[in-house]
Design a protein around this ligand. Structure first.
Ligand SMILES: *[C@@H]1O[C@H](CO)[C@@H](O)[C@H](O)[C@H]1NC(C)=O
Ligand SMILES: *[C@@H]1O[C@H](CO)[C@@H](O)[C@H](O)[C@H]1NC(C)=O
Ligand SMILES: *[C@@H]1O[C@H](CO)[C@@H](O)[C@H](O)[C@H]1NC(C)=O
Length: 223
């Protein structure tokens, strides 16, 4: 009986994880093109298609990926996505690309994308990328990437990027993600920046911190 229960629980967990994987990806397009009508107020899973007779080449076009991002900000980095918002023709295609700029010392804090894997390629400078794999006992896999190097971060894994260059050189990278809406969850914001706050006593207990430290971290929440 106990064995049976274990088996059922295991099967439920296996099917849960399989199901979870399947729904984590964007659905396949059902037509050649579905250029987003960005003005539509209709709410669907994605964006509705505009009248195909009004489709033009510019719906599939974007210019400006050569423009550096402004890295004068507290993290010294920018992530400029190009997806259906900028290119309506990308609607339903399960694609987002982005330009990343890092000043020397710039970084993207630990975060994950709930709906997309990320392919990263270095165009200029260098970068440390690191990701944590829960199924390997939360092992950190990290690597220094130089110009021409690429790295893949699987969907849902916590990762960070930073430019450790001591020579003051900036880093430029290109990223491709397999969702038109990859999502972004920044761990520190979810935990210490929730609005309203998660109870300090719970956070103190969960993170083995004293109440003062938790208060200090919560006070850093952007207003
Ligand atoms: C959406 O609205 C803007 C501004 O009103 C307009 O220029 C644009 O043509 C509209 N796009 C579509 C697809 O209707
Ligand atoms: C970059 O951003 C900073 C801070 O917002 C601003 O002061 C500065 O003028 C911006 N630089 C450029 C070139 O836009
Ligand atoms: C990887 O992380 C470890 C631990 O934080 C650090 O000591 C090491 O320098 C990092 N490796 C690279 C290639 O950045």
């Amino acid at each position: 009986m106990a064995n049976m229960l274990f088996l059922i629980t295991s099967l439920m967990m296996v099917s849960f994880f399989m199901f979870d994987k399947i729904v984590a990806y964007d659905p396949h397009p059902l037509q050649d093109i579905c250029v987003a009508d960005l003005n539509s107020t209709v709410r669907v899973n994605g964006l509705p298609c505009k009248d195909p007779s009004t489709v033009k080449a510019d719906d599939f076009f974007f210019s400006g990926m050569d423009k550096p991002g402004n890295t004068t900000n507290p993290i010294g980095a920018t992530f400029a996505p190009v997806n259906v918002r900028q290119v309506p023709g990308a609607n339903t295609l399960g694609l987002t690309v982005a330009r990343l700029d890092f000043a020397a010392g710039g970084y993207l804090p630990p975060h994950y994308h709930p709906r997309a894997s990320e392919f990263l390629m270095i165009l200029e400078g260098s970068m440390e990328v690191g990701m944590v794999v829960p199924s390997l006992g939360y092992r950190l896999l990290n690597k220094t990437l130089n110009k021409g190097d690429a790295f893949v971060v699987p969907v849902g894994l916590v990762h960070y990027q930073r430019n450790k260059a001591s020579d003051g050189k900036k880093t430029v990278a290109f990223a491709a993600l397999n969702s038109q809406n990859p999502g972004l969850t920044v761990l520190a914001n979810s935990v210490f920046g929730a609005n309203p706050e998660i109870s300090g006593d719970l956070l103190a207990e969960a993170f083995r911190l004293d109440a003062k430290t938790v208060e200090g971290l919560q006070a850093l929440r952007p207003q």
